[in-house]
Design a protein around this ligand. Structure first.
Ligand code: MN
Length: 253
C-alpha cells in the first residue's frame, strides 16, 4: 500500500512523526507537509503565489518533502505529479486537538483529507483530543495504521473520507470505537481589540476553547465517553431534504 502522509501543523510536528512511524509498518509512506503551522487553514487552493517544494526530513530523520503551501496544496501537489504514481491512501494528522462537529470546516487536517477525496483517493484525517504538541501520539498512530489496512482492503465510496478522533488516554482506558455523525460545537469566540505600537487598532479572534452539545451518536459524545470516534464525511453538502420544499417556493427568474 502506498500512502501519502501530510498534516496541518508543519513538517516538524511530533504528531506527523508518530503517524509516519506507524504507517511505515503497513505501507510505503511519502510525506509532503507544510513548512509551517496552518492549523485552521480550511480548504485552500493557492493560486496567487508560487508554490515551492524542498527536500526535508522529519525530526527522526525520515525523508520528506515540505512546501510553502497549505495542507490541501500539499496533497494537490503530490497528486498532480510530485509522486511518481498516485497513492492508495492519503492520511492527514495526527493533529494535536480534536476536530469534531463544525471544526471540520476550519481544520487544515480534515481539509487535507478532503483534497485527497476530491482527487478520488481514499483519505483519513486523524486528531488526538489533546492540545499539547508534545502529547503521546503512539496509540492514535497505531490505531490509524490498523484502520488504514482495513480501508485498503474494503475501500471507501467516492466522495467520502473518514474523520477520526482519538481520546488522549492510556490505551487501557479507551472504551472502544464509535461510528458517529457530526455533533454541534459551541464556540466561545470573543473579539479582542488592541492597539499596535503605531496606535492603529487590530483585532484578534480569541476566547475560550469550544464546548459541544452532548448528543448520543455524535463525535462529541463519543469522545466525552472515552471512545474513539470515526465519522464518515461526504463532500456533497447538498441538503437533499430541502430540495423538494425549495421547488415549491415561488422563485422566478
Ligand atoms: Mn493543527
Amino acid at each position: 500500500m502506498r500512502i501519502l502522509a501530510t498534516n496541518d501543523d508543519g513538517i516538524d510536528a511530533p504528531g506527523l512523526r508518530a503517524l509516519v512511524v506507524a504507517l511505515r509498518e503497513v505501507g510505503e509512506v511519502v510525506v509532503v507537509a507544510p513548512d509551517h503551522n496552518w492549523s485552521a487553514a480550511g480548504l485552500t487552493k493557492t493560486m496567487h503565489k508560487p508554490l515551492r517544494i524542498s527536500k526535508a526530513h522529519l525530526s527522526d530523520g525520515y525523508p520528506a518533502y515540505t512546501t510553502n503551501g497549505a495542507p490541501s496544496d500539499c496533497v494537490a501537489l503530490a497528486l498532480l505529479g510530485i509522486l511518481p504514481q498516485p497513492p492508495d491512501l492519503v492520511v492527514s494528522g495526527i493533529n494535536p486537538g480534536a476536530n469534531m462537529a463544525n471544526d471540520i470546516l476550519y481544520s487544515g487536517t480534515v481539509t487535507a483529507a478532503m483534497e485527497g477525496v476530491i482527487s478520488n483517493i481514499p483519505s483519513l484525517a486523524v486528531s488526538l483530543d489533546s492540545c499539547e504538541h508534545e502529547a503521546d501520539f503512539t496509540y492514535a498512530a497505531r490505531f490509524t495504521a490498523g484502520l488504514a489496512g482495513q480501508v485498503h482492503k474494503r475501500d471507501l465510496p467516492p466522495g467520502v473520507l473518514l474523520n477520526i478522533n482519538v481520546p488522549h488516554l492510556p490505551p487501557s482506558e479507551i472504551a472502544g470505537v464509535e461510528i458517529t455523525r457530526l455533533g454541534r460545537r459551541l464556540y466561545k469566540d470573543a473579539l479582542v481589540e488592541r492597539r499596535d505600537p503605531r496606535g492603529r487598532t487590530y483585532y484578534w479572534i480569541g476566547g475560550d476553547r469550544p464546548g459541544g452539545v452532548l448528543e448520543e451518536g455524535t463525535d462529541i459524545w463519543a469522545l466525552a465517553h472515552k471512545r474513539i470516534s470515526i465519522t464518515p464525511l461526504q463532500l456533497d453538502m447538498t441538503d437533499q431534504s430541502l430540495i423538494a420544499e425549495l421547488k415549491k417556493w415561488e422563485v422566478k427568474a
